[in-house]
Design a protein around this ligand. Structure first.
Ligand SMILES: NC(=O)c1ccc[n+]([C@@H]2O[C@H](COP(=O)([O-])OP(=O)(O)OC[C@H]3O[C@@H](n4cnc5c(N)ncnc54)[C@H](O)[C@@H]3O)[C@@H](O)[C@H]2O)c1
Length: 419
């Protein structure tokens, strides 16, 4: 078995983390039990480019239980949990190519190792693997039945490829399933972003003036959780409806150029680039803290920040770099501008990844069963999968809900009854 991980001796700690996360992933465990009997992905080579965390390990175990040959590589250079990677190799016999802190060339070497596995199905978080299959590894694209995409930024990239007529195989926008973004992006990113910031800085959130850039699913979650801890949250947006929503949810809304004058902690969650630029850094207060929780580290103009600085002191604290600007103000950049929740904390809690990865697992089964019907396009997750995940999750939480009566079904389907 081929692999490239940091240190196999970390496996015992990683195994404990994987099993601890599994306790909070009952829907995925139910699917794994069924897959172990019916083997829906028997003999299929699968390459997954995902954050190598304890929760992802449980998805990889589920795919393996279904009969697939699974290889895992990282979807971000800083998000790998090295102990989990070691345990996957040693205890679960799953090939992993990922090392926390790997440089760009190793990151792509690992993605290419995952493609050397000759996958017929891929999983992506940000579309780096799919992009490689459309550029440098075009010859390997022909055998792909479908690829599953986990995050908003990946879906945006894939839709752009489809619009430009470049897409070579069917892809599934798993991120767009309600069972994914309503919970993972909102409650998962919301909680784990606060967690990452606190672990990196040990700051008190109460009374802090926090600026959240972006009021999409992740931004809403973060703003809500930061306020819950007593922060005074300001939202910046470019979309009029989202800005209105933020305002009526009770947040102050203003442009970034104004927010920089008052903010103490800035977090980008937009999926866009250069949301905080040189002119913003220059106008920030002394000792402002800046972090990103969007997919790529382009949301902050780090090259611009470097140009403004006369001195950079790395690691004044773990995951904190101090930039001393020419105007003598200090800016603290967290986790090199990479996903703060994964780089400084442990990513989303297992309970929410249970739904995301259960959606991924059922979608993989669906793709194999329906491959002849899947066109080369970006597809949504079918509603029956979403409903099944919803029912299983409610059951695992011992929550019962009402059922429509026959009379209510007829009423909802009719136009006859009025005032
Ligand atoms: N940290 C994580 O673990 C995690 C989890 C899920 C998604 N993500 C990533 O987070 C990012 C956001 O995802 P989402 O699901 O919230 O997307 P979304 O589309 O729901 O929201 C993005 C919001 O940002 C706004 N925006 C765009 N440019 C802006 C700018 N210049 N200034 C202010 N606002 C701007 C948009 O109008 C939109 O409302 C994506 O990159 C996604 O891949 C990260």
């Amino acid at each position: 078995m081929k692999y490239d991980v940091a240190d196999l001796s970390l496996a015992p700690v990683g195994k404990k983390r994987i099993l601890w996360a599994d306790n909070d992933m009952p829907v995925l465990a139910t699917i794994r039990e069924r897959f172990a009997k019916s083997k829906p992905l028997k003999g299929k080579n699968i390459s997954a480019c995902l954050h190598v965390t304890a929760e992802t390990a449980n998805l990889a175990r589920t795919l393996k239980a279904s009969g697939a040959n699974v290889v895992l590589c990282a979807s971000n250079p800083l998000s790998t949990q090295d102990d989990v990677a070691a345990s996957l190799v040693k205890d679960f016999k799953i090939s992993v190519f990922s090392i926390c802190g790997e440089n760009r060339s190793t990151y792509y070497k690992h993605i290419n190792a995952a493609i050397d596995h000759k996958p017929v199905m891929t999983f992506d978080d940000g579309a780096d693997l799919v992009n490689e299959l459309h550029t440098r590894r075009k010859k390997d694209a022909g055998r792909i039945i479908a690829s599953m995409e986990e995050t908003t930024t990946g879906v945006i990239r894939l839709r752009a490829m489809a619009n430009e007529g470049k897409l070579k195989f069917p892809v599934i926008a798993v991120n767009d399933a309600a069972t994914k973004h309503l919970f993972d992006n909102r409650y998962g990113t919301g909680q784990s972003t606060v967690d990452g910031i606190i672990r990196a800085t040990d700051f008190l959130m109460a009374g802090k003036r926090v600026v959240a850039a972006g009021y999409g699913w992740c931004g809403r979650g973060f703003a809500m959780r930061a306020r819950g801890m007593g922060a005074n949250v300001i939202v910046t947006e470019v979309d009029a409806i989202k800005a209105l929503e933020a305002s009526m949810d009770g947040f102050l809304v203003m442009p970034m150029a104004e927010a920089v004058k008052v903010g103490e902690l800035f977090v980008t969650l937009t999926g866009n680039k250069n949301v905080i630029r040189a002119e913003h850094f220059r106008a920030m207060k002394d000792r402002a803290v800046v972090a990103n929780s969007g997919h790529f580290n382009v949301e902050l103009d780090i090259p611009g920040l470097k140009k403004l600085s006369k001195k950079i002191i790395c690691n004044v604290r773990h995951c904190v770099d101090e930039y001393v600007l020419k105007n003598n103000k200090r800016i603290y950049l967290l986790a090199e501008g990479r996903l703060i929740n994964l780089a400084a904390a442990e990513g989303h809690p297992a309970s929410v990844m249970d739904m995301s990865f259960a959606t991924q697992a059922l979608q993989a089964e669906y793709v194999v069963k329906n491959q002849s019907r899947l066109s080369v396009a970006v597809h949504d997750v079918p509603m029956q999968i979403e409903q099944q995940i919803g029912r299983l999750k409610l059951k695992s939480m011992s929550i019962n809900i009402d059922k429509l009566t026959a009379e209510q079904i007829a009423y909802l389907a009719s136009s006859g009854e009025g005032t």
